[in-house]
Ligand binder design. Sequence first.
Ligand code: G4P
Length: 288
Amino acid sequence: MNIQWYPGHMTKAKRAMKEDVKLVDLVIELVDARAPLASRNPDIDSLAAGKGRVILLNKADLASEKANAVWITYFESQGFQVMKIDARAKATLKQLNALIQEACKEKIERDRRRGILNRPVRAMVVGIPNVGKSTFINKLANRKATVTGNKPGVTKAQQIIRVAKDFELFDTPGVLWPKFEDEHIARNIALLGSIKQDILPLDDLFVYVMTYLTKYYPDLLKERYGLEIDLDDSDWLLKAFDHIAQKRKIKLLRGETDYDRVIQLVFSEIYDGSIGKVTWEDYTCVKD
Ligand code: G4P
């Protein structure tokens, strides 16, 4: 799957982040709970080396509850402080604070030994585009819009928000890009809805989605479309198209099922979450 982002932006954003990261104690990484590995960029581990680390599974409201729990355990086993969130909801600052204290306990202890008390932890938020960084920062800062980009004449000090008495945040998030070269990653990112549909191979994705949902979320297909798929039936795909079209009263196109409209319908319901809570990254893949 070939998805073209902008390599120029990527390099620039990475350079800016490298500089910003020097000024913080803690890196708060947002990942999409529906595809927590695909929505990371592994470069973050070297960029954030030596810093406190928190991973927030954002958009947890759109992901499977069971999968959320498994992914939390997975990231905890990798040594991260982890929490699932819905960045649009009222910030769970108290819970977040406990994670921050834990992630930065060495720094806090070091400060204490040097006689520095109550120096706030300074953090930056990072993640791939559309993962919810601005929403999260705005909620924490209790305001409506984020100042984006580095404005000339605005110093770093002016871009730092005091969120709590012991917690400061850069108001500009660090942006990293997923690894689109990897086919599985590109596919899972495509299912999160932030890539323009016209550059996606929607027919192939549709087959994948139906197969995946049949395997892992059959109840959801039944509930949403009254659909039960038998993958051993060689006609299953055509039958699924016809079934969804009939169920949703999609008009025939020259006497035949309008396949494109069925695909559009299913993808729009995946993207807005009305299809139900789905985690696209098969969490069994991280068991070994
Ligand atoms: P970014 O800064 O990382 O690029 O992401 P941003 O905050 O702009 O969020 C991207 C979209 O994701 C926004 O929707 C936002 O509302 C939505 N979003 C963020 N966090 C969550 C979450 O936890 N759950 C759900 N369900 N959605 C979330 P949008 O449609 O692009 O804009 P808007 O009109 O909703 O603001």
